[in-house]
Ligand binder design. Sequence first.
Ligand code: ZN
Length: 260
Amino acid sequence: MMYPTHKKLGYAFGLAGIPVVSAISTSEFVQNNNLLPAFGIDTLQFSNPFSFIYYALIVCTALWASLYGSGFPDIDSPGSIPANANIFNKGLSFIYRITGVNHRGKFSHGIDSLTIVFFITYSFVTFLIPSAISGLLTEESLSNNMYLFMLNFGKGGAFISLAQVFVIFAWIGAMSHMFGDMSTREGVYFSGVASLITNKRTKVKIVPTFIIKPFSNVVDTSQWFSTDSHWEISFRQAVNIVIYILIGVNVLYFLGVSIF
Ligand SMILES: [Zn+2]
């Protein structure tokens, strides 16, 4: 699948993820363990304009992250747009190249291997960095200062809270990439780790080739479910419609309309 399609899918998954992650973020378990900043309609204080800025900041971070994540798996192909997007991606792309991970390789396009990468990053952000900077940001210094309100969401401070949101939504974006590639003929690895260990190249596709085969006797099916085809353009347009629907869902969610 091409980058413009992955981008659209990233937005769609990110928009779908916002109400879900927001609902999870306010749960007691998440809050007691500082796993995510609490965000969403319940956290809005109408007398405090900062709470709206805070909500907007999280939503923007979430969408930016899901867009980033949607291109993340293709960092392994040096010519791709994500591989050249920034210094970090360029560096990662270089590491992929010298370690011999090819495009749609077992590591870069595996659901579990991607999840492991983002889980390690999340753990680093959630548990390692806070203990490192806990000496710098004390709870009193934050809660007693009006100007530090923005820093006070999530007990670890603004930077960590936004980093947590970024990593979670980047993972959601990466899963959207898996969904996109899964709907093409090439498919993706369900378990990148298992295929690395067993050296099997079993891939997951949404539409198996045997369903397309019978049609090939009647019509030209070479373009069906293939990358950069008319089919992909139609797919992209369909995702576009879904994006508009999801924007509507998010507006309703923000207005406090219960959709679940
Ligand atoms: Zn890909």
